[in-house]
Design a protein around this ligand. Sequence first.
Ligand code: SF4
Ligand code: SF4
Length: 342
Amino acid sequence: MEKFITTTNLTRLAEELAANHRVLAPVATGCTVTFRRFQPGMTLDLHSRMAAVSAKAGTFPQTETLFLVKRDTTEKKPELIETLPQGKNVVIGGRPCDARGKLMFDPVYGTEKIKDLYFLQRRENTIFITLACDRPETTCFCHSVGSGPADPTGSDILLTLVGDGYVARAMTPAGEDILKLSLFTEAGDKGKEADAKNAKAREMMGQPHDYSSAPATILARFDDMDFWQAQAAKCISCGACTYMCPTCYCFNITDDDLGLNSQRIRTWDNCMSHTFTLEGSGHNPRSTKAHRLKNRVGHKFSYYPDLHQGVMACCGCGRCIKQCPVGIDIRQIVKAAQEYSE
Ligand code: SF4
Ligand code: SF4
């Protein structure tokens, strides 16, 4: 199904959905754009630049309470209250790399043996209304990892900016239901314009890089710590790359004692931090930043694809490249591993 929605009506749509959904949308925050819980009266900022942090929080919040424990002063057994996510969510204005990012979680958190109900429930109850990119940035490389600036994978609706609005294409029944709202009109010939824009954006990205040898070549470099030390020399272990990333799914668990009551909290974790693998004994299997960078790059371009039918655990959004304060570029590291000879 294909429809058209004006820019003004897209804001109205966000406002209407916010009445009975938790809507996440990009809004200008100081000098950056971030995903925020959208409330009527806020201004969507879909175009000034790609949001600095991905839309991952739609399905995997930065912080969430997993359960509460309530006690009273008697000898009664404490009461355990599970806080599984309730309600429905919508992510408006994420990019194709955002919508695709959540798919990397599936083979980890939704397997036969392991079912992360918190993630799965949000995954099931979150609608993605995605914006095709019409001006790919120099840091974007989604076309090299099996995607592209108008890739609809993982989206319920794909929007393409045409004139004073958007051609909206439904990819799922949930998307079709939204396109039936009266805020949408017939797309007519605008569909062809949208196709031309999407083709132009893809052309602007140029030739993709071939990462097919990356899993094997990175593995071949596994014990070559001179190589990894050279790649990690500039890293200051800030973790910005992991926090911005739509596909990083590691978390930490904290028990927060509130006197008689307490709660178990899950928060995003950061494998670039020294403490990530620090064991109680004091031993740290990834004791240097070179070990940690090797793990981050190796996981995305070697170990994950080896386990999951060659799919890279990177959707080429380029956020880690843009946000790294010392200019470390994951593309250059993988390329260096691919080109490296003994
Ligand atoms: S590794 Fe970097 S480019 Fe790849 S998905 Fe994560 S933030 Fe984006
Ligand atoms: S953002 Fe850059 S400096 Fe910070 S941890 Fe990642 S690679 Fe290192």
